[in-house]
Design a protein around this ligand. Structure first.
Ligand code: NAD
Ligand code: MG
Length: 393
């Protein structure tokens, strides 16, 4: 039997490591031929993964990390490259299945290379859809492959959205855990630290998405992601706070039926779904124990404390490069918050100020416009964070 050829971009991250775990438990290199692994700067983890999975190419983005990676893999006979171009090239190597799990708009070029190469694109790197929208989907189409979302809510939607019943789809509901500040007052949120923001109650994830979950900017990105992936109007996409993170998404139909997708909060389930698609394969996720769980709670999100959701609706309404500007500004503001230059609530203020100043809107755009808007939004938001710098103890 020929082994399926897989590439893992961002293999050293949280989603990447979960994918390695799923592959390992499915037989590892006996079952899969690993074409490429890419990492940002984590030499130890990338080297360990490369030793185990024997990829044709191991690429590390940080060029300064190349000598250490070379040394860690000395004598293994593996091809090792470094730099942005190497990571991007890894995305385009011939493969049947590619995981795009780099974080942020930094993943755009490599994920685009993967999209253009065809095959299955298992997309965790949601910022590609948020920032580049139509242009990213056009690259997928050009490649002739199939995009399978890995974001848990969108994997859920993909499974319960009856594409042949589009006219009868009434609404999509994306759930949010509410994050660590679900019950915090605005005053308390104002002085929240990066450590507090990163302490997600249910999911174990990378640092940036954890903080985005606390501000609900992650959910804002996901509303935009859902609007790109499914043929519904933005006003048909709802967010519901659901502290247990067991129901990942729901689709409401015209006859009053609501289909829900349930699962443990474990990324190995959506990763396995994308890896097996169109078949279902086993994942090492613990089984849901409904008796132990005993209840599922839902509540409307509080947009006064979480303005990210309103901003998502506004940029979808504005169209064009507005979602791209939101994402770029958010990434810059997140950086400033992690560096303790601005407060937690200032992140949304920085994004809002950027959107007001740049007023991006409904014009048609191509990838060059996307990169230009991303850079402009980052610059504006970064300047804003310097002008609104705060002193933290
Ligand atoms: P992470 O920070 O844990 O990992 C990110 C990966 O990207 C790492 O391998 C890192 O080395 C690499 N990377 C970072 N900057 C890079 C650069 N400039 N060039 C090349 N590689 C770079 O992030 P994560 O939590 O695994 O999230 C990855 C993506 O998946 C994000 O888009 C996130 O929103 C999405 N996602 C994550 C989860 C989750 O459970 N963690 C769930 C849903 C969606
Ligand atoms: Mg998600």
């Amino acid at each position: 039997m020929t082994r399926r050829r897989v590439t893992l971009m961002g293999s050293t991250g949280s989603v990447g490591a979960n994918a390695v775990d799923v592959i390992r438990r499915r037989g590892g290199i006996e079952a899969y031929e690993v074409v490429a692994l890419t990492g940002g700067r984590n030499v130890a983890v990338l080297a360990e993964q490369a030793r185990e999975l024997r990829p044709e190419l191991t690429a590390i983005q940080d060029e300064a990390a190349w000598p250490a990676l070379k040394e860690a893999l000395a004598g293994e006979g593996l091809r090792i490259e470094a730099g942005d171009a190497a990571v991007e090239a890894a995305g385009g190597l011939p493969a049947d299945w590619r995981l795009a799990a780099i974080v942020g708009a930094a993943g755009l070029r490599p994920s685009l290379a993967a999209a253009r190469a065809g095959g299955v694109l298992a997309l965790a790197n949601k910022e590609c859809l948020v920032a580049a929208g139509e242009a990213f989907l056009a690259a997928v189409e050009q490649g002739g492959g199939k995009l399978i979302p890995v974001d848990s809510e969108h994997s859920a939607l993909f499974q319960i959205f009856e594409a042949d019943q589009i006219k009868a789809v009434d609404r999509l509901i994306v759930t949010a855990s509410g994050g660590p500040f679900r019950e915090w007052s605005r005053e308390r949120m104002d002085s929240a630290t990066p450590e507090q923001a990163a302490a997600h109650p249910n999911w174990s994830m990378g640092l940036k998405i954890s903080v985005d979950s606390a501000s609900l900017f992650n959910k804002a990105l996901e509303v935009i992601e859902a609007a790109r992936l499914f043929p519904v109007r933005p006003d048909q996409i709802e967010v519901l706070v659901h502290p247990q993170s067991v129901v990942h998404a729901m689709v409401g139909y015209a006859d009053g039926s609501v289909l829900a997708h349930l699962g443990a909060p474990d990324m190995r389930t959506p990763i396995a779904y994308a890896l097996g698609w169109p078949e279902r394969i086993p994942a090492p996720t613990p089984k849901l124990d409904f008796a132990a769980l005993s209840r599922l709670d839902f509540q409307a999100p509080d947009e006064a404390r979480f303005p990210a959701l309103r901003l998502a609706r506004e940029v979808l309404e504005a169209g064009g490069l507005a979602p791209c500007a939101l994402n770029g500004a958010k990434e810059a503001a997140l950086e400033a918050f992690l560096e303790r230059r601005i407060g937690f609530l200032d992140m949304a203020a920085a994004v809002e100020a950027t959107l007001e100043a740049l007023a991006p809107g409904g014009e048609a755009y191509d990838l060059q416009d996307v990169f230009a808007m991303d850079a402009r939004a980052r610059r504006f938001a970064t300047d804003w964070t310097h002008d609104h710098r705060r002193a933290f103890a």
